[in-house]
Design a protein around this ligand. Structure first.
Ligand SMILES: Cc1cc2nc3c(=O)[nH]c(=O)nc-3n(C[C@H](O)[C@H](O)[C@H](O)COP(=O)(O)O)c2cc1C
Length: 207
């Protein structure tokens, strides 16, 4: 059995272009592999904990800063639980709109919660950061209203896929496929563009 975690970073529910692509991909993956088990994590509805003082202090104890006391331990246990949901999946489908050049802050919050030493990455002074995840793959569905790869710089810069790819690589996920619907707004043919992107998502699932 293969387990997929479907991670939704858009709050726009049914109106979400990125999640429309992710859903088309997942449906096609399920048709190709009926044993695929899909768990959905809607980041805007998940009540993610703040990664604040106790969590940050708990993380820093792994770098030799401070002690793991009871309060920090309880904050850390919650971090571990959320991280283990992520690491228990074999593959990922991310729906990711561009927000102000980057990723929506709920996704960044999630990344800050689950990017943990000994759980998703390691660090050694000489070697630097290294990922602890192995044999995982990710499909990422990117949208942007006006930005498009190759577009004039006045339409923005891509800190969205560059950041997410860097982070996935950092935790050990190298097998990454992407489908873009960019731009989703600044186009004379939004519907045709969306349909073409859905087709690309389905083709990816059948690969
Ligand atoms: C808060 C916010 C910030 C946005 N920032 C950008 C941006 O920097 N560049 C861009 O091209 N589009 C931007 N957009 C437009 C969205 O990326 C675009 O509408 C996208 O299709 C939304 O994806 P979704 O339908 O999955 O939510 C922004 C939208 C919102 C709500």
């Amino acid at each position: 059995m293969t387990k997929m975690l479907h991670i939704i970073a858009s709050p726009r529910d049914e109106a979400s272009h990125s999640n429309t692509l992710a859903k088309a991909y997942i449906e096609a993956r399920k048709a190709a592999d009926p044993s695929l088990e899909v768990e959905t994590l809607h980041l805007w509805k998940a009540n993610l904990p703040e990664f604040d003082g106790d969590e940050a202090a708990a993380k820093m104890t792994f770098f030799g800063v401070g002690e793991m006391d009871d309060t920090r331990k309880s904050a850390w246990d919650q971090v571990v639980e959320i991280t283990e949901q992520f690491t228990s999946a074999d593959e990922y489908a991310f729906a990711v709109p561009m927000w102000n050049g980057g990723v929506p802050y709920k996704l960044k919050q999630y990344i800050d919660i689950i990017t943990q030493p000994g759980l998703t990455f390691g660090f050694e002074p000489e070697r630097g950061y290294f990922g602890l995840l192995e044999n995982k793959k990710a499909a990422v569905f990117y949208t942007a209203g006006v930005f498009a790869p190759g577009a004039d710089a006045k339409y923005g810069t891509d800190y969205q896929s560059t950041y997410l790819t860097w982070w996935l690589n950092t935790i050990g996920i190298e097998d990454i496929d992407t489908v873009r619907l960019q731009p989703s707004l600044l186009t004379p043919t939004p519907e045709d563009d969306q349909n073409a992107a859905i087709d690309r998502a389905i083709t990816l699932a059948q690969k």
